[in-house]
Design a protein around this ligand. Sequence first.
Ligand SMILES: [Zn+2]
Length: 296
Amino acid sequence: MPFLDSPGRCVYCAATDGLTNEHIIPASLGGKLILESSSCLNCQRITGRFEEIVARNMYWPLRLSLGIRGGRKRKKKAPTHWRGIVVDDETGQEDSFEIEVGKFPRFYATVEMPPPGIINDLPPTDKSPELKLYLKADREGLKAFVESLGASSYEIGLNWRWDAFNQLLAKIAHAYSAGLAGFDGIEYLLPPLIVGGSACFSYLIGGIDDPSQELEPPADIQLNYRKIRGELYLSVKTTIFGNKRFPTYEIISGRITDLDLVRRKIAVAQEHIARDNAVSRANAESAPGEFLRADP
Ligand SMILES: [Zn+2]
């Protein structure tokens, strides 16, 4: 497992007691990179809640099809099969069935968003911008699966929570930025969206306009500098689950106040993680991400 050294404090609230390791992209969504001792228990409870909504309520069918089992509370031995229930809608009779992990047909939704409002000088707002929702499914696989159960039709409930999904993107971007760039020389912008109750997500979180800017698998996260109206910001691009299943999102994580400090800190972290990645690749783990593309 590749990891980043502890920043010595909770990255969300600055507490220094009882720090726990933090997966930057949650393990329950396929993330591998860990930021050591970086979240206090209270913040972990808050981030755990929206991570769970995204992983369990929104993306359970995709996790099932990909065989992703990771999660904070899951310390038991990984199951090899999942149990489901078939209901006869005429008689109401219920039958249970089992399906092998990784054999569940793919089914999920992705959402395209406009770029973060700050880039286009839009005011912060707690309203959701215009979104494009895509349903993606392995149609043949679904049909075969339903037939194998002896059923003739199916219903899949799909929960999509705008707030939880954005909180998750904010958390990923903030933890990655803080892990690489530290806390000196940056004014961080995302904690109010993660643990502070602000819902002005679309100002700092959005999609990308230019398809050539999409992350290339296996990279699932990347830190960049971005100039906005003469000021320099840290920006994180990320996608979850990898393999181009999801659009690339861009999240503006902080305003840089001392570029030299930030640069030095990032260079050290990059070197460390590059070494660590080499080890993980040797162990046939997938690469966790990339670093700084644009140099200001
Ligand atoms: Zn905290």
